[in-house]
Write a protein that binds this ligand. Structure first.
Ligand SMILES: *Cc1c(COP(=O)(O)O)cnc(C)c1O
Length: 368
């Protein structure tokens, strides 16, 4: 497998979108963007072949991809993606958060899915390219952002089962509204007892669509039980907590210790890693280890566990009010305004939006 391109950094060729939305239309979309509904005027596209490596880096008008029906992504799901936000700061500049970490994770996901590695330089440059051309799409009201979705797919027309010899990398961008309007609301989550999202030695640690496909049915089950998210257990012993469909889980103990599950079938969240770093900076003891469902149940019941939350780029940090399953419900204490959950959330978002110093050098400017 070829690793990084032979000719990087890549040069991006810009084709401006002649049919770009008018300012008024864009402003209407930005006033109530929701999530993943509207897309900006441009997209990034880079091609890769086994012979040519990465080439034809371009910023193009946003629009449909033309793929052969035999393109292997449709049949064997050779696909990976990332999720990262661009934040407008008070002075109008646009920044992103720990893009090197997303680039590294994208490379790890690529390796697991037998896809080629895109260098961190090219990955980060692709984010700068789309933000520079579509800067007017970065919303500016509180807790809004431009959500960036880099992804890589197998585009070779070939039904044989092997890693594709032709691949496409794309970045699309979508304005995102505040996840919570009118205050952070705790969620109820559903324990999936019959389905796993990932198995031992599988693709659980890669950010790949297949893991999401596996989580959709249990997610429907969660909705049917009045819950908004699913909690998955390990697939070997169905004893240990893994994560939610798209967010990591963290438990806070009475003595201030913070515990999060460790497993090779969990997606290593950058939000979780950052929250744990901020907690460690404050002197909290942080443990990454196996956590059984029983530990959660008995800890919450005895009062040893005082807060439980989920975290990920889209929602940042969400308090978990209740864990429900067939025939049981464990109600966690409500995360009040002075809870660790909400104070870490505020500290992280203050850094991301430039309202507080960035002691770890986590921010990268995208628009200059
Ligand atoms: C993306 C993702 C997360 C959260 O990762 P962040 O880097 O914090 O956004 C957690 N779990 C899964 C399955 C994910 O796909």
């Amino acid at each position: 497998m070829t690793t990084a391109a032979d000719t990087y950094p890549l040069h991006f060729e810009l084709t401006p979108n002649d049919a770009a939305r008018a300012d008024a239309e864009r402003e209407t979309m930005l006033s109530d963007p929701g999530f993943g509904k509207y897309f900006t005027d441009h997209m990034v596209s880079i091609e890769w072949t086994t012979e040519g490596g990465w080439h034809d880096a371009a910023v193009l008008p946003y629009g449909p991809l033309t793929l052969d029906p035999a393109a292997s992504v449709f049949h064997y799901a050779q696909e990976i993606f990332e999720g990262i936000k661009a934040y407008a700061h008070e002075d109008g500049s646009v920044w992103t958060f720990r893009p090197e970490a997303n680039a590294r994770r994208f490379a790890r996901s690529a390796a697991r899915l037998a896809l080629p590695e895109l260098s961190a330089e090219d990955f980060i440059e692709s984010l700068k390219q789309i933000v520079r051309v579509d800067k007017g799409w970065v919303p500016t009201s509180d807790e809004t952002s431009l959500y960036l979705r880099p992804f890589m797919i197998a585009t070779e027309s070939f039904l044989g089962v092997r890693a594709a010899h032709k691949v496409g990398y794309y970045v699309i961008a979508s304005p995102a509204g505040a996840y919570f309007t009118g205050g952070v609301t705790p969620v109820s989550i559903w324990l999936s007892e019959n389905f796993s999202r990932a198995g031992k030695g599988g693709t659980g640690a890669a950010k790949t669509g297949g893991n999401y496909a596996a989580s959709l049915l249990p997610q429907e089950e969660a909705y049917a039980h009045g819950c908004s998210q699913v909690l998955f257990l390990d697939s070997v012993d169905t004893t240990y907590i893994e994560e939610l469909g798209g967010m990591n889980v963290v438990l806070v103990y009475k003595d201030g210790t913070i515990v999060t599950p460790e497993s090779d079938s969990i997606l290593e969240g950058i939000t979780r890693d950052s929250i744990l770093q901020l907690a460690a900076d404050r002197g909290h003891k942080v443990e990454r280890r196996r956590v059984s469902l029983d530990e959660w149940k008995t800890g919450v019941e005895s009062g040893d566990i005082v807060e439980v939350f989920a975290c990920g780029t889209a929602a940042v940090v969400v308090p978990i009010a209740e864990l429900k399953g067939e025939g049981f419900s464990i109600v966690s204490p409500v995360a009040g305004p002075d809870s660790l959950t909400l104070s870490l959330r505020a500290e992280l978002t203050d850094i991301q939006y430039g309202r507080r110093a960035d002691p770890h050098g986590w921010l990268t400017r995208l628009d200059a």
